[in-house]
Design a binder for this molecule. Structure first.
Ligand code: ADP
Length: 550
């Protein structure tokens, strides 16, 4: 027997309709690419998304066509999230930090019909345009006054002119909720980037997790500074969750340096924010360098901050707690997972825990949100116990997790029971908290045992003189591999190898202590701010460790 409930389709357009109706006056604030602060409301967002949908229709964009973006976090990019997907086309957010050859590959592979881009990327698009065979037109996301006079870009359109002449009347079409809505490529540190194709259904379901108290906990009372890019894994689902919840949003545009982030948090009274650890490193560096002239207690009203994308170091979570009384929601996920997998919220049993003990819980990557099933297995695929000790390959399944890459790249990626192998290695404790120890390919194998590079890095950045740390395995004659710690010192701070080793002692198992420490000026990162360990391993592959047998 079937239930007798209306079979309304879960469509992205329903999110913006809801926000415009019930949070119509709530503000969306942007530091624009052109410079000034721009303000409008969810009602305006809805109107302009519909104007955009009319403009796309006039350009001949059809159901299922891909529309590319190369853009920062701004209200115009946000309009594309709704205008494009809402009309039944597919929003393809391209990460502008990728190498130009990768962008070329991705846009061609996706067969984007139009490319919308910010002023920052005019030189990049001028260079790439001749290779982008499927792109019929390029839309510069600015007004007429800022259009370049003599650009080499063919079929160049001005965003404001394009949508400005369109009607605000547009009826969002109804279609199957399984229709593709957006496309995002993984950065692919090895091989070509692969596309993850989301659906309206997966996106709306994922939004519930963004707004859930034990998810990202985004609600109508929040003012959220969205630092995580709209081009990276759907900005962790916030653009959709924001409409579902009606939170006030603040977009930083291209200015992601410590000073700009500080000023936006202060000026817009933000109580919520989201970003990868590297952004917060720069933020705290700015605070340290300008401590005398800042009134932290008065300026920063952050209550919650979501940190993910790479492991949030315990010292960072502690600093948020002590300096701002701000609770860090440590989150883990991946592009293939829309991206939410786990969030580090507390359980009733943790109430009243002293800070040190609470940080032990928060430093883990958290518990799975409803909608994601998770397990760890050994290399033969046998499930491992949830005892907080055994570590193994993380596998996931659920209604917002990919079932295969765009155009079948990479072949079959699910096992016979529908599990997707994430490539991460972790423990799961009896309360369900997951702790990532490594990417499977970054695990250090020493004498048949595994050493967690993430644990070592986190311990190292707890030292007051350490700005950033990376640990890689380098070949060792006796142990096969041993850890090498690479450290960037904070400006004006000193430490030595001996002092750092003494600091790490007791914080990690003795046999995990790095065999050597090298001080460096910079560390390589991927386009999404993660340590680029493949490059480091290549760089240090012939490194001679000072330990016996090496
Ligand atoms: P990309 O590979 O394009 O940078 P993803 O965001 O999809 O983008 O990367 C996902 C990977 O990032 C995860 O598989 C995991 O290795 C890492 N990651 C994400 N969040 C965390 C976290 N909180 N702690 C440790 N690693 C994380």
């Amino acid at each position: 027997m079937q239930g007798l409930i209306q079979d309304r389709q879960l469509l992205i357009s329903s999110l913006i309709e809801f926000a415009a109706l019930y949070h119509g006056d709530t503000e969306i604030v942007t530091r624009t690419v052109e410079g000034p602060i721009h303000r409008y409301t969810y009602r305006d967002l809805h109107d302009r998304s519909k104007q955009l949908a009319n403009a796309l229709t006039r350009l001949g964009v059809k159901h299922g066509d891909r529309i590319g973006t190369l853009a920062w976090n701004t209200y115009r990019h946000f309009e594309l999230y709704y205008g494009v997907s809402g009309m039944g086309a597919v929003l393809h957010t391209v990460n502008p930090r990728l190498f130009p050859e990768q962008i070329d590959y991705i846009v061609n592979h996706a067969e984007d019909q139009y490319l919308f881009f910010d002023l920052t990327f005019v030189p990049l698009v001028e260079k790439l345009a001749p290779q982008l065979k499927t792109v019929k037109g390029f839309v510069l996301m600015t007004d007429a006054a800022h259009m370049p006079k003599d650009s080499k870009i063919p079929n160049l359109l001005c965003y404001e002119d394009l949508i400005g002449k369109e009607s605000k009347e547009f009826t969002w079409p109804e279609f199957d909720e399984r229709t593709a809505s957006s496309l995002c490529y993984t950065s692919g540190t090895t091989g070509n980037p692969k596309g993850v194709l989301y659906s309206h259904r997966s996106t709306v379901l994922h939004s519930y997790a963004v707004c859930q108290r034990d998810g990202l906990n985004l609600g109508s009372a929040d003012t959220a500074l969205v630092i995580v890019p709209l081009f990276h894994a759907n900005a962790w689902g916030v653009p959709y969750g924001a409409c579902m919840s009606g939170a006030k949003l603040v977009f930083p545009g291209p200015a992601l340096d410590g000073k700009s982030v500080y000023e936006l948090l202060r000026d817009e009274n933000c109580n919520f924010s989201l970003g990868v650890p590297t952004v917060w490193l720069a933020f705290f560096q700015y605070i340290d360098q300008n401590a005398a002239s800042l009134d932290l207690k008065k300026d920063i009203k952050l209550e919650r901050c979501v940190i993910g994308g790479s492991a949030a170091p315990r010292a960072m979570i502690e600093r948020f707690a002590k300096q701002f009384d701000c609770f860090v929601i440590h989150a883990w996920g991946m592009t293939e997972m829309s991206p939410l997998g786990t969030t580090g919220n507390l359980l009733k049993k943790h109430a009243g825990l002293p800070l040190e003990k609470r940080l032990d819980v928060q430093a883990k990557q958290g518990r799975t949100v409803y909608g994601v099933e998770i397990k760890i297995t050994d290399d033969e695929g046998k499930e491992l116990p949830r005892d907080g000790k055994a570590f193994g390959n993380v596998k996931v399944r659920g209604p917002w997790i990919t079932s295969g890459y765009f155009k079948g790249e990479g072949g079959k990626i699910l096992d016979d029971e529908g599990w997707f192998t994430t490539g991460d290695v972790a423990t799961l404790d009896p309360d369900g908290y997951m702790q990532i120890t490594d990417r499977a390919k970054d695990v250090i194998k020493s004498g048949g045992e595994w050493i967690s590079s993430i644990d070592l890095e986190n311990a190292a950045v707890g030292h007051p003189a350490v700005q950033e740390a990376a640990v890689i395995g380098v070949p060792h004659a006796k142990w096969q591999e041993r850890p090498l710690l690479l450290v960037i010192k904070k400006a004006g701070q000193e430490t030595t190898k001996e002092e750092l080793l003494a600091f790490l002692e007791g914080k990690v198992a003795k046999w995990w202590l790095p065999d050597d420490i090298v001080f460096v000026d910079e560390l390589p990162h991927t386009a999404t701010g993660k340590l680029l360990k493949t490059k480091l391993r290549e760089q240090y592959k012939d490194y001679k460790l000072p330990t016996p047998g090496a």
